[in-house]
Design a protein around this ligand. Structure first.
Ligand code: SF4
Ligand code: SF4
Length: 458
């Protein structure tokens, strides 16, 4: 474990290292490029392969045989019409429109001119992000994300083995976690935004380009492969949210998952099956239900954000929808519903007041979710000129794996054991000052606060 001597602690907080050494812990533990091309291009890479393959022998996965839940106690939920994982479905769920998502509202000027201009200039206000945003934009056009499969289909005698192979592909491409789900039909967008959101911050389209919505006519594909790339832990420990690196943390992961998505989708099309890449620069779906369906987490107090048992929200996710024969994973239950009821750390620390303190989720669009306000979040993040973007909720959530230690893993196990145990873990988390610290020894990036100010052109 690293020396946290430079960590800033609030009065009453104790050193994690000292605590571990003292043995008190043991007692407590009793408990690619935008090309001008036809909109749908066929895979050209494979013309005629042997239409056969040699199955791997023995244990199928050679890369990640077990999922890393970080010590949390995880059970599996059945996929049915009444539940999506641990989220109760109480009525018909309408497909959402990308046009009404938080950042698109900002782009449309509906959250104020400051938020609009802040969103448009977020990459310029932190130059590292400018490079990453440009790289995301190169893999954002429809021509990169969508395509026609090879005419010859590779026979798939064993979909279970193919599922494991696709997970290995994701890990090989540097994903940190991956799951496969039955794609819920309601998770596809009803309407899409044109031009795609990801082209604006990169300056690929002029800022005053009109935005409109079009019906989503893309075919529903039955399976979804979702994957997450972690935001850098030490950087998060040093970041406050009121700095320049917050936006780069997000963009770095968006870029990583975008590359995985477009490569994997093209690979699957080469095998003769339909596959569509989804990432920050070009989505055809709402990511949270796809994540839940593929066993990547549960819905949290933050509203529609899905937390993973090991990473919390300290990641960004991409997806590939496909008709490649696969065997889906089951949604997971690690006790987050009970935990969020007693925790409230994200709500206590959100500078925008966007996260509710309500005891229980409420009905919205046919399912139960906490009544948090994504418009307030988007307004603050896009319009924050004390830094670029935010991420306080990511940092403070106890499920964000703040340390790679037996102590943290034991804590996650406790936290997944109901409300009483959750209250205990929350107290321990507070006692250590988790989420409120600023571990300056990890700060490596440059700051340009003079660039953060949002100067709206007259
Ligand atoms: S990103 Fe910031 S403003 Fe948005 S919900 Fe999280 S803490 Fe609140
Ligand atoms: S900070 Fe607490 S209340 Fe918020 S999502 Fe994480 S566990 Fe739930």
């Amino acid at each position: 474990m690293s020396d946290h001597s430079e960590s800033k602690k609030l009065p009453g907080q104790v050193s994690r290292r000292g605590f571990l050494k003292s043995g008190v812990a043991a007692a407590a533990m009793g408990v690619m490029g935008a090309v001008a091309a036809p909109s749908k291009i066929a895979n050209a890479a494979v013309s005629n392969f042997g239409l056969d393959y040699t199955p791997a022998k023995g244990q199928w996965s050679k890369l990640r045989p077990t999922v890393n839940y970080g010590g949390a106690s995880v059970s599996f939920a059945e996929h049915n019409d009444q539940w999506l994982g641990t989220s109760k479905i109480v009525g018909p769920i309408q497909r959402s429109s990308e046009y009404d998502s938080g950042f698109t509202l900002a782009l449309r000027g509906l959250l104020g001119e400051k938020a609009r201009w802040g969103f448009l200039t977020q990459t310029k206000r932190y130059p590292l992000t400018d490079g990453i945003g440009w790289a995301i934009a190169t893999v954002s056009p429809d021509e990169i994300c969508i395509g026609v499969p090879n005419a010859e289909k590779l026979p798939i005698p064993d979909p279970e083995q193919m599922s494991q192979h696709m997970k290995d592909v994701a890990y090989y491409l540097r994903a940190d976690e991956v799951g496969i789900g039955n794609m819920p039909s309601y998770a596809y967008y009803g309407f899409k935004q044109v031009p795609p959101q990801g082209l604006f911050p990169a300056g690929i389209v002029p800022p005053d380009t009109p935005i409109h919505q079009i019906p989503n006519t893309e075919p529903d594909l039955p399976y979804v492969i979702t994957f997450a790339v972690e935001q850098h832990l030490e950087t998060y420990l040093a970041s406050t949210g009121y700095d320049g690196i917050s936006v780069s943390q997000s963009f770095r992961c968006y870029h990583a998952v975008a590359n995985i998505a477009v490569i994997m989708a093209r690979y699957i099309r080469s095998l003769g099956y339909n596959a569509r890449a989804h990432h920050f620069g070009n989505y055809d779906l709402a990511v949270p239900p796809a994540l839940i369906a593929s066993g990547m987490g549960e819905l949290s107090r933050t509203g529609d954000c899905v937390a993973h048992p090991r990473m919390g929200f300290r990641n960004k996710c991409g997806a590939v929808t496909t008709d490649l024969p696969l065997v889906p994973d089951k949604p997971i239950d690690f006790g987050l519903l009970d935990f969020c009821r007693v925790c409230n750390k994200c709500a206590d620390n959100c500078p925008a007041g966007a996260i509710t303190h309500d005891k229980d989720p409420v009905v919205q669009n046919g399912y139960l979710r906490w009544n948090s306000d994504m418009k307030k979040c988007a307004t603050f993040r896009a319009g924050n000129d004390e830094g670029v973007n935010c991420g306080r909720c990511v940092k403070v959530c106890p499920w964000n794996s703040k340390e790679d230690s037996w102590f943290h893993e034991a804590g996650l196990w406790i936290g997944s054991k109901g409300e009483t145990a959750s209250a205990l873990l929350k107290k321990i988390d507070d006692m250590f000052g988790y989420g409120t610290e600023e571990i300056t020894q990890y700060k490596w990036w440059l700051e340009w606060p003079e660039l953060y100010k949002i100067n709206i052109p007259s």
